[in-house]
Design a protein. Structure first.
Length: 544
């Protein structure tokens, strides 16, 4: 539609002065050299036990282990959801899915994304004078105004969703395996496998599709290159910067590695090298004034068997006999307790292990506070400013965290488990699809199952409901849950649009099978034969 094209064109033109290559207009005015830079790196489906600094059996994260030795490692750090889109939305807004509206994943054909009335940390810092960039997996809406360039990021380079949500010419390693993109007649979706053979995975730079399908084998190298360039050019501008990197690793291995005895470990080493390259770039250009915060979006994807990571000691042992996996998509510790490292030479003390109860929800308010900016008005936040933990030696984080259902059992987004100090209460349990294909059905608990995580990290044996310990904890858990539900009911909450339409799928050339192109001049076009809203793209300048 003409109005939509005009809207996208005008917004794209508004970026012209601040997208790459950088121009003088974008950086006029006094630089605020003392304001810190921020690099936030989010791994995909990385287990708590994949980090060598966490788990002695892990040997493949030399760079991250070094960062932990020179910075702060968090051992009780949690994703705000245990699947992709809700976890990312919570990180960027500081709000749970019941507030920001994102309760489950967006699809290739999703019309919507993170609600437009929600404010991202990139938008807050952009308004405060920061240069903002996003590299990697977005998965918060790619159609129309949901694209990263319209959500506070001056620069974007990456893929719009998970790298197994579209075919490629050299498919990554997956279980079950999927075929390469077609070159002849366009096929339809395989009825017995979740293979997106009818749509190639695109690689974006700003509002353009650079290539479709993307070369997965070279993705890590290109991410490192673009991250390094962004850091160098932003630093040279004299303005502070925010770089958010959404890694494709460790969802499933990006490339087939026939010589690797352990493909997952090979992918983990590739990811670790990428993180090391980004850290080195920040150290070379902005050392002493850059906070690098690494964490994960949720736990391992157990149904991928040997292609999944390690939960470490958080095995969810109570759930295992009930069927299914107690990892990704569940409220068991293996689903949402994630590795986390904060690195800031000269500011964060080295070789510190923090047991503070923290969450990805805390990144938003902490970054905003350190930048000297203000939280958006008219809404409530679930995160806290963790500055005292980072710099002041405090071991005090949240008193309570609330874990939503992310797909294993029951209603999306519903708060099904409550963490209160050292206790964890389950009102609903269930298991996601496991390697053996089993799924644990939803089980409702009234009164709730309560575990003492200080004594039972495996969540194996719940407290006896008749015990004094249980009776002492139950009213406090109930009060905490009632309190947040009351707070949400009085908050300014959003609702995400989960409508799907084939026209929303990104396509650089609808006349080619699987939307094939490898030209930097391609715009995003509606798919052939699709109805509904059209998607068009302006032509911002190339990064080069």
């Amino acid at each position: 539609m003409a109005w939509l094209f005009l809207k996208v064109l005008l917004v794209g033109v508004s970026f012209l002065s601040c997208l790459y290559p950088l121009v003088d207009f974008c950086f006029r005015g006094e630089a605020r050299a003392q304001r810190p830079n921020f690099v936030i790196i989010l791994a995909d489906d990385m287990g708590w036990g994949d980090l060598g600094a966490n788990w002695a059996e892990a040997k493949d994260t030399a760079n991250l282990d070094q960062m932990a030795a020179e910075g702060m490692r968090f051992v009780d750090f949690h994703a705000a959801a245990s699947t992709c889109s809700p976890s990312r939305a919570a990180l960027l807004t500081g709000r749970l899915g019941l507030r920001n509206g994102v309760t489950h994943n967006f699809a290739v054909t999703s019309v919507g994304g993170l609600p437009l009335n929600e404010t991202t940390v990139a938008e807050v810092l952009q308004q405060a004078g920061y240069v903002t960039g996003m590299i990697g997996k977005w998965h918060l809406g790619h159609h129309s105004s949901y694209h990263p360039n319209f959500r506070g990021f001056d620069y974007y380079f990456g893929i719009p969703y998970s790298h197994d949500m579209g075919c490629t010419d050299s498919p990554g390693l997956d279980l079950p395996p999927c075929p390469a993109c077609p070159r002849g007649e366009r096929p339809s979706r395989s009825p017995d496998r979740d293979c997106y053979t009818d749509m190639a995975l695109p690689l974006y730079e700003n509002l353009r599709i650079l290539e479709q399908p993307v070369d997965l084998g070279g993705l890590a190298h290109r991410y490192a290159e673009k991250a390094t360039q962004f850091i160098q050019r932003a630093s040279a501008s004299g303005r502070p910067f925010l770089l958010y990197v959404g890694l494709a690793h460790m969802h499933v291995p990006l490339a087939r590695t026939p010589r690797a005895a352990d493909p997952y470990a090979a992918g983990l080493r590739e990811m670790d090298r990428l993180v090391g390259q980004i850290r080195d770039a920040a150290d070379r250009t902005a050392k002493g004034n850059t906070l690098l915060w690494f964490t994960g979006d949720n736990g391992p994807w157990a149904q991928k068997c040997e292609l999944a990571g390690s939960v470490g000691p958080f095995t969810g042992s109570w759930q295992v006999p009930q069927g299914g996996s107690p990892a990704k998509q569940t409220t068991w510790e293996g689903g949402h307790r994630v590795p986390a490292v904060a690195y800031w030479p000269g500011r964060i003390p080295g070789n510190v292990t923090s047991a503070a109860l923290l969450s990805v929800l805390d990144i938003f308010p902490t970054v905003v506070a350190l930048a000297g900016a203000r939280l958006p008005p008219g809404r409530h936040f679930d995160g806290l400013d963790a500055s005292e933990v980072l710099f002041g030696g405090s071991q005090t984080g949240h008193r309570a965290l609330f874990h939503p259902n992310s797909g294993a059992a029951g209603e999306y987004g519903a708060l099904q488990a409550v963490r209160l100090e050292r206790y964890k209460a389950f009102y609903v349990t269930g298991g996601a699809r496991a390697c053996d294909g089993s799924v644990g059905p939803a089980r409702y608990h009234e009164p709730p199952l309560i575990f003492n995580l200080e004594e039972d990290v495996a969540e194996a044996v719940p407290l006896d409901p008749g015990s004094a310990e249980y009776q002492g904890v139950l009213p406090r858990v109930s009060e905490a849950l009632a309190g947040i539900l009351h707070d949400i009911a009085g908050d300014n909450v959003s609702r995400a649009d989960y409508t799907q339409d084939p026209a929303a799928a990104p396509c650089c050339d609808p006349h080619q099978p699987a939307c094939r192109c490898h030209s930097a001049s391609r715009t995003v076009l509606p798919r052939a034969g699709a109805s509904g809203n059209e998607t068009a793209s302006a032509h911002p300048p190339s990064f080069y």
